[in-house]
Each structure stands twice: as structure tokens, then as C-alpha cells.
Design a protein around this ligand. Structure first.
Ligand code: ZN
Length: 460
């Protein structure tokens, strides 16, 4: 392993432990390795999150040339699906933001089977790809006719060739020496060329399985990525977030093409990044979900200050009904789509027979309509457990709906985390000698509760 003593963005040596992921699946594939822990630190000056220590060069080479992706059976449809996804969602975005006269040539670095290149090829571009993983690059060459080389990219891969567009999609976070490779990329660019970079956003950790794992070394936010690219002599043409894949940015070489001094006042507050992860509870959110943004809107806004993405806020309409609104650009999206959530909650409760249950567990407090109506219908000997681990949401809902009465009702328990829920459930099981709970979810906000609950029940 190699220790990283300096931040690649701001050169600071001040770092603070960010988190350790156990039993990493990528580390497990490397021969001779017995320790599978992946440790991350955050830079105290700019907020970049990065692995420390990192795998050595030989281990990296072994991982990416042989062991990164294993069997390719039944992958054909998956590759075609991927190509269609890029055709619909990435190709139009890139071509909308670049302006070329004449020749159209594109190089995809770390191209896999060449799925990003396919729509470019279909639209008359001259396409090139380079990919270190042998079986995948071979598969792409044979099946999709893409012009793919097998190997690790550097400035000698395409000597003297200038591409009008270089794609560097979800590779930056994987490479040991990103500064070197970005300097090499400039050798294949001229003043007209564009570089596309896609990489996860540490402040929007929404990819399936999360983004902290062995193959991800550098985790940028929009701020740290901007600082880094400007420092290395690139000008940003456009940058945004592409849910759920993360940041995407198009840059050109800056006219003086030199490395610059950077201003870390525009950096991330590493404490805010850490807090965000604490809220997200890392492994509990195994599936990506808009929930992550919804639940952490204030922090996400704070961290994504450069991006036009307003957070969630609660609004009160004339009828006294509270709803949550997410505004992106000019569009406003109501999180609770029904016009009158209070009536909708009554309808739901009317449709359920609560009589036979001693304990009702409601996953998600939501904005309080469902729990409030639910409580009205409960007998004295029934109990209502509301599981809600989003404290800011709870607080604002209480504030708007004045639910002190709800809180003070002896039949109500609010479990604010998994441990509390488990201990309450154990008590009830002891008291009532049954595991026959009625489970409800306030699923407008979180669709993942039931899976999580199944795990909890299995643990009882
Ligand atoms: Zn830094």
C-alpha cells in the first residue's frame, strides 16, 4: 500500500479520518492480500475525500487488467442497453454543449466495450477507445466494431494525434496519478478540443452500492473538482449533476495552458461532508434513491453551492396543508402529489383494519398527516411506533404542524434510529408475546423502508 501524504487538489497535508469500509470486494480480488479494509480521509483544507493508503501500482495493474470485470456471458444485452442509455442521456448533453467546425473525432479513455462511443459512431464521428481490461476491450472490438485498443492510456498511446473530444467517464476517481493522466490528455488536445469528465459526486452519494469502495480513490464534489481542473489549466464550459451517476463536466484547455494557484475559500467544508455521511449512515442506504438528496437538502445545498439545485422546503398552502416542494430551475415538484394529504391519510386509515393489532409500526413520519390520523383511530391499549431517522425533517414537520400533542401521547413512540427501533420492538415482543405487528410505510418519501425492516425483523 502507498501512503498519501498530500491532498492532490490543494497540496495540504492536513487530513482527518473519514471512514473505513470493511471487506471490500475489489481488494478481495487481489492476490496475496489479506487486509480488505478501505480507509478514507478528508482534506481539512479543501474537503476532498480520498483513500489513504491506496493500492500500489502492481496491485492496481492486476486489478484493472485481469480482475476488474469477470465473466462476459449474457452481457451482450446489457452492453446494448448501456449504449442506448448513453445515446439518450449523454450524447445529447455533450453535443449540445460543444461547438465544432469540420472534423469530428472522439477518444474514450477507459471505454469498456465502447458503449459510449456507439452513438458517436452512428452520427458520423471517427471513434477511438482505449481500455485496460482485456476481456472487455476484446469483446467490444469483436462485437461492436469499435476501434478499441487494449491498454492503459498515456501520452504515447496516440502520439501526435489531436482529438476534438476526449471522454474520461468514471475513470478519474480510479487512477493513481490523475494529474499525470490529465497532463497526458492535453497532449492529445488542441485549442478547439473539449474534454468530458464524469465522476461520482461525494456530496450526492447515490450510485447503487454507494461510492466508497476499493476502486474509488478520489471522491470529488463539484467544488473540489472545479478547483482541481482549474489548477491543472482547464476552463470549465459546463458542469452539472447527472442523477444517479454524479458530476459531469466539459472543459477546454485554458488559453495560457498553465497550472494555476487556487483559492480554497471556494472549497468544501470537510465537516459538512462528514456530517452528510453520518446522516446517510453509509451502508444503510444500499440502494440509490432521490431520498438522499431529499433527506439532506440543506447540507447538499451547502456543499453544491455552484450548482443550480434548490433543496427541499416545506410550504404551507392557504388551506393550512403543508407540502414539501423541490424546485429545480423553473420546475417545482411537489413531493406529496395528492392535493389534500390530510384527506388522503384518512382514506388510507379507513381502508385498513387496525383492530387485531397491538402494535402498529409506521415507517417514515413524512409530514405528519398519516401518523396524526392514525393516532386518532387507535385504542388505549394499542401502540404506534413511528420510525423516522431524518431529524431535520421531523423538526420542521413539528414546527409547521404543531404536533406537540402527538409527541406527548403515551401510545406513541418515535424511534429515531435502527437501534432504538430494535430495542422498542424487543420490549413489545416480550410484553405481548407476539411478533404480529402491523407495518405501514409513509412511502412517498422512502421506498426502501420495507427492505430495511425485513433485515431488522430477521435480527430480532
Ligand atoms: Zn485539499
Amino acid at each position: 500500500m502507498i501512503a498519501v501524504d498530500k491532498c492532490i487538489v490543494c497540496d495540504s497535508d492536513k487530513q482527518v479520518s473519514f471512514g473505513t469500509m470493511k471487506n471490500d470486494p475489489y481488494y478481495k480480488r487481489i492476490s496475496g492480500r489479506t487486509n480488505y479494509d478501505v480507509s478514507y480521509v478528508a482534506c481539512k483544507d479543501c474537503g476532498l475525500v480520498y483513500q489513504n493508503p491506496v493500492l500500489g501500482e502492481h496491485e492496481m495493474e492486476e486489478l484493472y487488467s485481469e480482475k476488474y470485470r469477470s465473466d462476459l456471458e449474457d452481457k451482450h444485452d446489457r452492453f446494448l442497453k448501456q449504449a442506448n442509455y448513453f445515446r439518450e442521456h449523454l450524447y445529447p448533453w455533450i453535443t449540445e454543449h460543444i461547438h465544432l467546425n469540420g472534423e469530428k473525432s472522439v477518444l474514450d479513455i477507459g471505454c469498456g466495450a465502447g458503449t459510449i462511443l456507439m452513438p458517436f459512431k452512428d452520427n458520423g464521428w471517427e471513434t477511438y477507445g482505449i481500455e485496460p481490461t482485456k476481456n472487455i476491450s476484446e469483446y467490444g472490438r469483436q462485437n461492436f466494431g469499435s476501434n478499441i485498443k487494449t491498454g492503459f492510456y498515456d501520452r504515447y498511446s496516440y502520439p501526435d494525434k489531436k482529438f476534438k473530444l476526449i471522454i474520461f467517464s468514471h475513470v478519474l476517481e480510479h487512477v493513481l496519478y490523475p494529474e499525470k493522466i490529465l497532463h497526458d490528455i492535453k497532449e492529445n488536445m488542441d485549442e478547439e478540443s473539449y474534454l468530458f469528465i464524469g465522476t461520482p459526486n461525494v456530496t450526492l452519494p447515490m450510485m447503487p452500492g454507494g461510492i466508497l469502495h476499493g476502486d474509488h480513490i478520489w471522491l470529488f464534489s463539484d467544488r473540489t473538482l472545479k478547483l482541481y481542473l482549474e489548477k491543472l489549466g482547464f476552463d470549465i464550459v459546463v458542469m452539472d449533476n447527472w442523477v444517479p451517476r454524479g458530476l459531469r463536466v466539459i472543459v477546454k484547455m485554458s488559453s495560457n495552458n498553465a497550472d494555476r494557484q487556487l483559492n480554497t475559500q471556494q472549497a468544501d467544508d470537510y465537516r459538512a461532508v462528514k456530517r452528510l455521511y453520518k446522516n446517510i449512515k453509509l451502508k444503510e442506504f444500499e440502494q440509490f434513491s432521490k431520498t438522499v438528496i431529499v433527506r439532506n437538502s440543506v447540507l447538499v445545498n451547502k456543499l453544491c453551492g455552484n450548482i443550480d439545485m434548490n433543496g427541499i422546503r416545506l410550504v404551507k398552502s392557504r388551506e393550512g396543508i403543508v407540502n414539501a416542494v423541490m424546485a429545480t430551475n423553473d420546475k417545482k415538484i411537489l413531493l406529496y402529489k395528492c392535493k389534500n394529504p390530510r384527506n388522503a391519510a384518512s382514506d388510507i386509515i379507513k381502508a385498513i383494519d387496525l383492530d387485531g393489532y397491538k402494535v402498529i409500526i409506521l415507517f417514515g413520519y413524512g409530514l405528519g398527516y398519516l401518523p396524526k390520523v392514525l393516532l386518532k383511530t387507535l385504542r388505549e391499549d394499542q401502540r404506534l411506533i413511528v420510525y423516522e431517522d431524518n431529524i431535520p425533517l421531523l423538526k420542521s414537520a413539528f414546527l409547521y404542524l404543531n404536533l406537540l400533542g402527538f409527541l406527548n401521547d403515551k401510545r406513541v413512540i418515535i424511534a429515531i434510529n435502527r437501534e432504538k427501533l430494535i430495542s422498542h420492538l424487543k420490549e413489545f415482543i416480550k410484553e405481548t408475546m407476539t411478533k404480529d405487528f402491523l407495518i405501514m410505510t409513509n412511502s412517498l418519501i422512502d421506498h426502501d423502508y420495507l427492505n430495511r425492516f425485513k433485515k431488522i425483523m430477521d435480527s430480532l
